[in-house]
Design a protein around this ligand. Sequence first.
Ligand SMILES: Cc1cc2nc3c(=O)[nH]c(=O)nc-3n(C[C@H](O)[C@H](O)[C@H](O)COP(=O)(O)O)c2cc1C
Length: 195
Amino acid sequence: MQSLVLFLFACSLAAAPAPVRVLIAYHSRTGNTEKMAAAIGEGAAAVVGVQVTLRKIAAVTNEEIVQADGIVLGTPVEWATLSAETKAFLDRIGQVLSKPAPPAFGEGRTAGVFCTAGTPSNGQELARLSAIAAFLALRFVIIGGVNDEGFGSLGPQAATAGKPPGPTARDLADARRFGERFARLTLQLRRQPLP
Ligand SMILES: Cc1cc2nc3c(=O)[nH]c(=O)nc-3n(C[C@H](O)[C@H](O)[C@H](O)COP(=O)(O)O)c2cc1C
């Protein structure tokens, strides 16, 4: 009886598809971008079949980059664009994914971006578009968000210098919705990897 149970357990393990991995990597000095990252992680983790890794950029290992089916990258806006740390991480993704020959970089993988800034219209678009441009150069497939009016967006963002400071409940709800959408679409794309 015991061996039958073990056999059935082994069969179920063999039949279960490997989880699709979503890496949420972010830079955050004062915690605002980190809050958005956590909300995106909540949304992504709600999708069955997706394994979420939430990491500060400095803690991401090369193996996590290699294994990621999708990467969501978050940055504070600094001088109207990405922080230097976030730009350096994009360079690292390029380096790590150029190792196998011939370089396929992010072919068939997904990417998404988000940011926080102090005040509205003060670099959010440029920060996200710069990261999106880099991911496109790396051959990733970009997934954006959907705003409250139903239009597509570059990805979640928040202006954090309000009273009280930090992302609002609405910003965090947007981030959660993006996380779910990113994970669901990544799952669809990566369950049958491109040849
Ligand atoms: C060096 C530096 C430059 C910044 N430049 C901008 C900027 O150009 N536009 C803006 O709206 N906020 C700017 N900010 C504010 C941050 O983007 C904002 O506080 C953000 O939410 C910080 O995110 P964090 O808490 O994850 O570090 C800057 C902050 C710092 C430290």
